[in-house]
Design a protein around this ligand. Structure first.
Ligand code: PAF
Length: 284
């Protein structure tokens, strides 16, 4: 495994691999790696001749400066974890390096407007911009994204359709702790007491799915919000039940009734100072 900081160095290595006819898979990350990231890297290693993983904490996608300052950074551990995977190149550019690139804006449309888009203005424009820059550098055949950031996945798909080169976006399932909490770099910032309470989010989503379609969409929404808010450490920021393809809210289960647009419940919860997101697919 080689770690490179310069765009030109990485591009030279990838050109060498391409000259040998090798396919290139790509996993963009912001570091503080956990088993969720490692599942993406493992899948990428399996599917492609070489895997490139990027580690770049993109400052422009943080609309809260405190969140950027406190975002976990664990560079040595990241290296150790990646060494176990078969990842060929780690790309860890400096901010200066990334700022030297042209920045594009994309028409992200309605998928970027609600939920995270409404709570974090400018966030998705910045994510789309940095991922497009990374795609331009790596020119991957396939790129891997976790379904935990379900809306981000839809935004990346929309952005990718506007690029001149083609890259296949591969969604990968959420990886959870044994108690159900979705793995996230931000979990490292939870106090022991908060960490104990946080699994209520996933447990409540699971319970709500067990009762569909007998319970209406509206009652499911109320059940999830009230159950989580009844814990004094947790505050629901939003909970929306949306079509998986358009991310538009539904009012009846039949508004989203096939495998491509099965309803998704997407949630953001404040746990102390930490913002956690999760989602679940509802049977329909
Ligand atoms: O999901 C993330 O970690 C980031 O949003 C990404 C895709 C690496 C872009 O900075």
């Amino acid at each position: 495994m080689r770690t490179l900081n310069r765009i030109e160095e990485l591009q030279a290595c990838i050109a060498g691999e391409r000259a040998q006819g090798r396919t290139v898979g790509f996993v963009p990350t912001m570091g503080a790696l956990h088993d969720g990231h490692i599942s993406l890297v493992n899948r990428c290693v399996r599917d492609n001749d070489i895997c490139v993983t990027s580690i770049f904490v993109n400052p422009t996608q943080f609309n809260d400066p405190h969140d950027l300052d406190t975002y976990p950074r664990t560079p040595e551990r990241d290296q150790q974890l990646l060494l176990t995977t078969g990842c060929r190149y780690v790309f860890a550019p400096t901010e200066h390096e990334m700022r030297s690139l042209p920045a594009r804006t994309f028409d992200l449309g309605p998928v970027a407007e609600g939920m995270e888009g409404a709570c974090r203005p400018g966030h998705f424009a910045a994510v789309a911009q940095v991922v497009a820059q990374l795609f331009d550098i790596v020119q991957p055949d396939k790129a891997y994204f976790g379904e935990k950031d379900f809306q981000q996945l839809a935004v990346i798909r929309t952005m990718t359709r506007q690029l001149s080169h083609s890259v296949r976006i591969i969604p990968c399932p959420i990886v959870r702790e044994p108690d159900g909490l979705a793995m996230s770099s931000r979990n490292l910032r939870l106090s022991p007491h908060e960490r104990q309470q946080a699994p209520l989010i996933a447990q409540t989503l699971r319970q709500s799915a067990a009762l569909t379609p007998r319970r209406t969409v509206e009652d499911t929404r109320a059940f999830v919000v009230n159950t989580i808010n009844s814990n004094s450490l947790l505050r629901v920021e939003y909970f929306e039940i949306v079509r998986a393809d358009t991310l538009q809210p539904i009012n009846r289960w039949t508004d989203a009734n096939n495998a491509n647009n099965a309803p998704r419940g997407c949630i953001a919860v404040r746990c102390g100072n930490v913002r956690l997101i999760d989602n679940i697919s509802y049977p329909c």
